[in-house]
Design a binder for this molecule. Structure first.
Ligand SMILES: *Cc1c(COP(=O)(O)O)cnc(C)c1O
Length: 863
């Protein structure tokens, strides 16, 4: 579904000359009779009335949770609500699995080390069309649905964008009825909980299932045993042929936990299967019998350690043995699961394996699945190398998520020798055949090219380049936004692209409009129901109808009222979490995302300092009141990132308490940014800060969530920002800064940040301010590390080069904000033109260009 929207969007981007004819349409638009909806018309087919649902909740409170309406805590009420909806979910799950087994058509297996699911209750209620009824049922029981749903802990089994993308994709897979399974790791501790103490980040463990997770189901019948460590022996078979036998040192048990993912209108249920590591019983017994109780406990602890924690590094490689073990563990479990399911129908005849299975590798984290599948087929199933290689090549596809060199995973060869000796041999064999086959044929005698393309990086510590293994094997390699895919092909893997030009493609990321609009912004969703009908969460292009009302003043007012209500809700949240008072009528300028130098939260901070200085220098100055809102976790070992968090808090503390500026600016840092907080922040944003150095943000997805919810993007021409303004119109957003080409040119000419410091007095002043104790009383220099990185450190992400242009973009934003009608118009157009960024479109692109799978209608009525 490569959408050709250019003609359509131009209609709305021709700015002032647009005649939408909207003024002639009454804004009361089509009022549907939703309230009197009779049971037959519920979109999900679930016909239970409010009264019946109320009885079910009370029933579960008694019989599933074991408490009473008098004694029940909010947590217990929440558990009872989940038990109530699980009745529907499990029935639908059984039907989906029955259907898929019957049809036996090709399925996609989405392998990802991270799934950032967030909370499921509101999302599932909306997708099942049960939200209003459960709300009413709870109200009848004297309970507020918001308070009850607020009891749910976030499932934070991911760091940020990559993990959230995986979560949006399984939502779309379920909604679009594609046979699919998500595979990942059942981390006992998700991403750390962030506390802010005296302005600094403190990490606390996140034990999300301390009191159990009512969504997940353990599946003991699908436990897998995974070998690891040991050595490889060469044996001669009776026929004289040599074969490799791996004698592993340990066997780890993988226990699957299934989380049902509910498609919109309950269409089908896709399973997210997460593997938990345990010690195998057999091993423990051996040690016990030898009298080694303590050893056995250690063995148990090290087996369980594998799925204990999510690595909190976002886009940097963590060179840890445990991390490689995690990757191998979940891939090995998942492949055995896939083989088991295949063999049930096809009896170890692998002729149809590739026709029935495709495995999507979400970044390089699951790439060790490639040698593992080769090993399973060749060593354990007796398939010949050539046949196995042909199967494996058809079965894998790889998504690249980053060009950052420090994030491209490499594993030392010695680690593989220790943990995965047989896999190492297989990787060598794949590499040997590749270099002496295709590379030699194309570039005869070119050892330099062989060295560059080899899976093995030579050097004092030989390393395995996981991305090369992925590219060499996969049938398709995709980037995640048009610009990124182009850079993957031209800059990252140019020789691979020469060898296989058709292997490389683009799939621009998307986000699910169910969670990121329907469920989190009920006010705006209601407006869309009126103007676009109720199918827009399935066909996000329908939202474009709202652009017809962009010039309608009455409609603009309604749109801005929804925004104001969302801002009031966020202001309440801000007060709760930080005690800071903010004015909901001020412009909400938001930057929420992981903290990283390339994302440039410090550029934003420099602008705030600049603005504050202006206000102090001109006490009469009246500006558009602005609230700057940040949310960001820093990797615990990333000290500059943590210093930036501290700086934001220190600057905020000073500004928020400075009466001279009369509350014209406020700076808020919301602690513990996560999915559930994003759902409150994003609908309330006026400005979406997407200010990465051009060429560094592969796609971004929060940019899409913000635009859908009517924020205007203040951003660089990077990642999916480029495609967002292509849809919404560059004149409806605030684009600034160097382009990808200009960044490359400036870097190759030799960038010197001191030049910008010396030639821009405002910039010099704010940087020098960081060396004083103005923001950190009695502690001068507490913020100096930021200045140092931008000057002595060479400013690798060109913050100073983009500063002046960034200031101008902010000035344009304030100018437009003064004209609320013009602002409303631009906000409406932004929201209305985001159809392309539904993850349903992304999934359809994968289906068409990568997976070649078919959608299946679930057979109902099966028990
Ligand atoms: C969408 C999302 C992200 C990704 O944000 P980017 O700005 O695209 O990096 C990260 N964290 C959470 C909680 C999200 O919802």
């Amino acid at each position: 579904m490569a959408t050709n929207n250019s003609a359509k969007f131009r209609k709305h981007t021709a700015s002032k000359n647009v005649s939408t004819g909207a003024n002639t349409v009454k804004t009361a638009v089509v009022k549907e009779e939703v309230k009197t909806q009779d049971s037959a018309s519920f979109a999900s087919g679930i016909t239970m009335s409010v009264e019946e649902l109320k009885d079910r909740i009370v029933h579960h409170l008694h019989t599933s949770i074991g408490t009473s309406t008098q004694k029940a805590s909010k947590l217990a009420w929440w558990q009872a609500v989940v038990a109530t909806i699980n009745e529907f979910i499990f029935e639908r799950l059984t039907q989906t699995q029955y259907t898929n087994a019957q049809k036996d058509s090709r399925a996609v297996h989405y392998l990802s080390a991270e799934f950032l699911m967030g909370r499921l209750t509101v999302n599932n209620l909306c997708n099942l069309d049960l939200y209003e009824r459960i709300k009413d049922a709870l109200a009848a029981l004297g309970k507020d649905i918001n308070e009850i749903c607020d009891e749910e802990p976030d499932m934070a089994l991911g760091n940020g964008g990559l993990g959230r993308l995986a979560a949006c994709f399984i939502d779309s897979l379920a909604t679009l009825n594609y046979p699919s399974v998500g595979y990942g790791i059942h981390y006992e501790n998700g991403l750390f909980r962030q506390e802010i103490r005296e302005g600094r980040q403190v990490e606390r463990p996140d034990s999300w299932r301390e009191y159990g997770c009512p969504w997940e189901v353990c599946r003991p019948e699908s436990v897998q045993n995974v070998p690891i460590g040991g050595y490889v022996e060469e044996q001669q078979a009776p026929d004289g042929a040599m074969r490799k036998v791996w004698h592993p040192a340990h066997v780890i048990k993988g226990v699957p936990w299934d989380i049902p993912v509910v498609g919109f209108r309950g269409s089908s249920i896709t399973v997210l299967r997460l593997w938990e590591s345990r010690a195998t019983e057999s091993f423990n017994w051996d040690v016990f019998n030898a009298g080694g109780y303590v050893d056995a406990q250690e063995e148990k602890a090290s087996a369980e350690a594998i799925s204990k924690v999510l690595y909190p590094n976002d886009s940097t490689e963590a060179g840890k043995m445990l991390r490689l073990t995690q990757q191998y563990f979940f891939c090995a479990c998942s492949l055995r699961d896939i083989l088991r399911r295949y063999n049930r129908a096809h009896h170890h005849d692998y002729g149809k394996f590739a026709a029935k299975n495709i495995v999507q590798l979400n970044d390089t984290h699951p790439v060790v699945a490639i040698p593992e599948l080769m090993r399973l087929l060749v060593d354990e199933e007796g398939v010949s190398w050539d046949v196995a290689w042909s199967i494996v090549q058809q079965c894998f596809a790889y998504t690249n998520h980053t060009l950052l060199p420090e994030a491209l995973e490499k594993w030392p060869v010695y680690l593989f020798e220790r943990l995965l000796p047989r896999h190492l041999e297989i990787i060598y064999e794949i590499n040997y055949r590749f270099l002496n086959g295709e590379v030699e044929a194309r570039w005869p005698g070119r050892d330099d090219i062989k060295a560059k393309l080899s899976i093995i990086e030579e050097g004092p510590c030989r390393q395995i380049r996981m991305a090369h293994l992925a590219v060499i094997t996969s049938s398709r390699v995709n980037g995640v936004a048009a610009i990124h895919s182009k850079l993957v092909k031209e800059n990252l893997f140019p020789e691979f692209a020469q060898l296989w030009p058709n292997k490389f493609c683009n799939v621009t990321n998307g986000v699910t409009p169910r969670r990121w609009l329907l469920a989190c912004n009920k006010g705006l969703a209601e407006l869309y129901n009126e103007v676009s009908g109720k199918d827009w969460p399935l066909k996000l292009e329908l939202c474009r109808k709202m652009a017809d009302y962009a010039d309608d003043e009455a409609f603009q007012k309604r749109f801005m009222q929804v925004k104001l209500a969302n801002k009031e809700a966020l202001a309440t949240k801000i007060k709760q979490l930080t005690s800071i008072d903010v004015n909901p009528r001020s412009m909400f300028d938001v930057q929420v995302k992981r903290l990283h130098e390339y994302k440039r939260q410090h550029l934003n901070l420099l602008y705030i300092l600049y603005l504050y200085r202006q206000l102090l220098a001109n006490p009469q100055l009246k500006i558009v009141p602005q609230t700057f809102i940040f949310g960001a976790k820093a990797a615990p070992a990333y000290s500059l990132a943590k210093d930036i968090i501290y700086a934001i808090n220190a600057v905020g503390e000073r500004i928020n308490n400075d009466h001279r500026i009369a509350n014209q600016i406020k700076v808020v840092f919301l602690p513990n940014y996560r999915v559930s907080l994003a759902e409150v922040i994003i609908p309330a944003a006026d400005i979406s800060e997407q200010i990465s150095t051009a060429g560094y943000e592969a796609s971004g997805t929060s940019n899409m969530k913000f635009s859908m919810n009517g924020a205007l993007t203040l951003g660089t021409m990077d990642g999916a920002n480029i495609e967002i303004v292509e849809e919404a119109g560059v004149e409806n957003n605030f684009i600034f800064g160097l382009s990808v080409q200009e960044v490359q040119d400036l870097k190759s000419r030799g960038y010197n940040s001191w030049d910008y410091y010396n030639s821009n007095p405002d910039l010099k002043a704010v940087l020098d301010w960081l060396d004083t104790d103005y923001f950190t009383p009695n502690n001068p220099g507490a913020l100096s590390s930021i200045k140092r990185s931008l000057l002595d450190g060479g400013d690798p992400f060109l913050v100073l080069a983009d500063f002046a242009s960034y200031v101008q973009a902010h000035e344009r934003a304030q100018e437009l904000y003064k004209d609320q009608k013009a602002w409303a118009r631009a906000a409406i157009i932004n929201s209305a033109t985001m159809g392309k960024f539904s993850s349903d479109r992304s999934i359809q692109d994968y289906v068409n260009n990568v997976w070649n799978i078919k959608s299946i209608d679930v057979i109902t009525g099966v028990k």
